[in-house]
Design a protein around this ligand. Structure first.
Ligand code: NAG
Ligand code: NAG
Length: 157
């Protein structure tokens, strides 16, 4: 039911231009570590920035594109598409507990994807790799989120 509804919505937006713009795609991959060990079971959200204010301070403002959970080696690969007039400004939010003590919420690492890594159309032709990323170190301007606190118990990082 939900799928059918989604399908109709997609058909409308792409056929009558209900959402004006062109379809663009992006793919992001990487390997996450915590204190040198694979960061398993982390949630990675692929997002798209809707405002040009780089630091609006509110994560939920932007469009959610897709998500993935990091695998047994801490690796992830996620891709998505979005219709926008101008070039999309994608980024990933990585939710983790690395070196974060007993707090019920999570650290959020945001990594912006360069515009050069996005393509027109529905199929990403290249994958932007963030490489191997060690999560223990604090990143300037890092945020916190309680959105996926239910994942904390099952993630080893
Ligand atoms: C995009 O994601 C799908 C589903 O996970 C996958 O099958 C496909 O290979 C991915 N494409 C790229 C270019 O990474
Ligand atoms: C955790 O919560 C999110 C958001 O409510 C939900 O999408 C996800 O399926 C939940 N994951 C688990 C493992 O329960």
């Amino acid at each position: 039911m939900r799928f059918v509804f989604l399908l109709i919505a997609i058909t409308i937006t792409t056929s009558d231009g209900g959402k004006i713009g062109r379809l663009q795609s992006v793919a992001v991959s990487g390997q996450l570590k915590c204190d040198g060990k694979p960061a398993v079971g982390l949630r990675v959200d692929l997002m798209e920035s809707d405002n040009n204010l780089e630091e609006s301070g509110i994560i939920d403002d932007d469009d959610f594109m897709n998500y993935v959970i990091s695998d047994d080696s801490g690796s992830f690969s996620v891709n998505g598409s979005e219709i926008e007039i101008s070039g999309i400004e994608p980024y990933v939010n990585i939710f983790h507990k690395c070196d974060d003590g007993m707090s019920p919420c999570q650290r959020v690492l945001r990594i912006n994807v360069p515009k050069s890594a996005t393509v027109w159309g529905d199929t990403p032709t290249e994958v932007f790799s963030i490489g191997t990323f060690e999560l223990s170190g604090k990143v300037l301007g890092e945020r916190r989120s309680c959105a996926y606190r239910n994942l904390t118990a099952t993630s080893s990082a």
